[in-house]
Design a protein around this ligand. Structure first.
Ligand code: CP
Length: 319
């Protein structure tokens, strides 16, 4: 694998194999066993033009647990404030000697531009570009679903027949887009629920069902309900209901938490707007796997860094 830019076009067996490689990394990711020397001498550059807690730190933890060196760049406090471009920033950091770039950027398509431009020679991993894609989030969500639903026997398995309801601000969500394509490739049935104004134009061409009634979706007893963050910072032109109206119609509040089927798990990519799209009780309930998602992110990012830096086909590594 040369780069990881999107979950669109990831083949079923490739995706299962990435999850399997992540599973092989899990003991190191969770520090049950010491770090591996696998990427000793390699340097990973985290280029974050947008804020992040989970993604940036888990890529850093993943690289270090494989013994790579890590350089971290945040746009805030950098020469981006003086007008330096993505090209010049990337080439400046590449001139210091790097093997992989983990890029988060506000512009949809930025990771594809960097990977295809020839500006730098490093592998590129998309850590979230605008409203477009967040492939490692999709992978860690698929891994979390597989692990939670299939337990110790999950290696080699996909998500055939698993029913996932994704709720909220689909329009602005790169997490939703990455999950839709990856989860359906793995055999899951995905249902999207949100205000009509926050469902993207063209969603009818996606391999999903859609609706606006969260209570009806809950009554269908999905295996997982994934609440999305309301992205106030991207809500430029989209009509957004009053916060109280949003919570009343599309929030996972305490009453809806009570009505979830006993085995429905609660997911959220974070960061959460507690009290808006999810109540504190739902976020902290025993059925919440939100912190498992964070833990599993380290395993997934170890697998992805290993695969892009070795240039290996995941199917051969996982075999
Ligand atoms: N889920 C996610 O991408 O979180 P961060 O923005 O904190 O990285």
């Amino acid at each position: 694998m040369r780069h990881l830019l999107t979950t669109v076009g990831l083949e079923h067996d490739q995706a299962v194999s990435i999850l399997d490689v992540a599973e092989d990394m899990a003991d190191v990711a969770t520090r049950a066993v010491p770090k591996l020397p696998t990427l000793r001498g390699r340097t990973v550059a985290n280029l974050f033009f947008e804020d992040s807690t989970r993604t940036r730190l888990s890529f850093e933890a993943a690289a270090k647990r494989l013994s790579a060196d890590v350089i971290t760049f945040s746009a805030k406090g950098s020469s981006v404030s003086k007008g330096e471009s993505l090209k010049d920033t990337a080439q400046t950091i590449a001139a210091m000697g790097i093997d992989a770039v983990v890029l988060r950027h506000a512009a949809s398509g930025a990771a594809e531009v960097l990977a295809g431009s020839g500006w730098i020679d490093a592998a590129v991993v998309n850590a979230g570009d605008g409203t477009h894609q967040h492939p490692t989030q999709g992978l860690l969500d698929a891994y979390t679903l597989r692990k939670t639903l299939h337990g110790d026997g999950s290696r080699g398995r996909d998500l055939d027949g698993v029913r996932v309801t994704i709720v909220g601000d689909i329009l602005h969500s790169r997490v939703a887009r990455s999950n839709v394509w990856l989860l359906t490739t793995l055999g899951a049935q995905v249902h999207l629920v949100g205000p009509r104004t926050l469902l993207p134009t063209g969603v009818d061409t996606w391999p999903v069902t859609t609706g606006t009634d969260l209570d009806a979706a809950i009554a269908e007893r999905p295996d997982a309900i994934m609440m999305l963050r309301v992205q106030q910072e991207r809500m430029h032109a989209a009509f957004f209901p009053h916060e109280r109206e949003y919570t009343s119609a599309w929030g996972l509040d305490d009453a809806r938490l009570e009505r979830l089927a006993t085995d429905t798990i609660v997911m959220h990519p974070g960061p959460m707007n507690r009290g808006l799209e999810i109540s504190a009780r739902a976020a902290d309930s025993p059925r919440s796997v939100i912190l498992d998602q964070v833990t599993n992110g380290v395993s997934i990012r170890m697998a992805v860094l290993y695969l892009v830096l070795s240039g290996s086909d995941p199917r051969e590594v996982a075999a």
